[in-house]
Design a protein around this ligand. Structure first.
Ligand SMILES: Cc1cc2nc3c(=O)[nH]c(=O)nc-3n(C[C@H](O)[C@H](O)[C@H](O)COP(=O)(O)O)c2cc1C
Length: 130
């Protein structure tokens, strides 16, 4: 199983990544189910942070499609490593937007990221404003 976590920036005029979510989720849920890919898509303002996990061949294909997708830019890989077990659960793709207070955000993050390494959690934490 290959795990990738990346950051990117929305190209939506509104500068809000969350506006792109319905369309992206429709594609992701339909396709990831077939490809054996699962993951978590986090948004805040114009930022996307996505964790994807799955078989290496499916992941290579998805990554190529993601690089071609003009709904986002500046795709930056934060983590790319083999994992024995899925760390982000069994969702074909779950979405979370950072809207809550920092405390509530931290609580939800802890639950969502239970079982994830500290280093990985830091990537999600880094998405918050100071
Ligand atoms: C932030 C973001 C996350 C995405 N996540 C996925 C995903 O998990 N699975 C997926 O199949 N497509 C995802 N997509 C869509 C792909 O980039 C691509 O548009 C889609 O897979 C269809 O590709 P195709 O038109 O080449 O067949 C995502 C797009 C964006 C912008």
């Amino acid at each position: 199983m290959r795990q990738i976590i990346y950051r990117s920036t929305s190209t939506a005029d509104t500068r809000r990544a969350v506006d792109e979510i319905p369309g992206i989720l429709r594609q992701a849920v339909a396709r990831n189910g077939v490809d054996g890919i699962t993951g978590l898509l986090y948004t805040q303002d114009d930022a996307f942070l996505q964790a994807i996990e799955g078989p290496p061949e499916s992941m290579t294909d998805l990554l190529a499609r993601l690089y071609r997708d003009d709904r986002h830019r500046e795709l930056q890989i934060l983590v790319d490593r083999p994992v024995e077990h899925r760390e982000f659960g069994d969702w074909t793709m779950i979405h979370r937007d950072r809207r809550e207070s920092i405390d509530a955000f931290d609580d939800r993050l802890r639950v969502l990221l239970a079982g994830v390494s500290d280093e990985t959690v830091e990537h999600f934490r880094a998405l918050q404003p100071a």
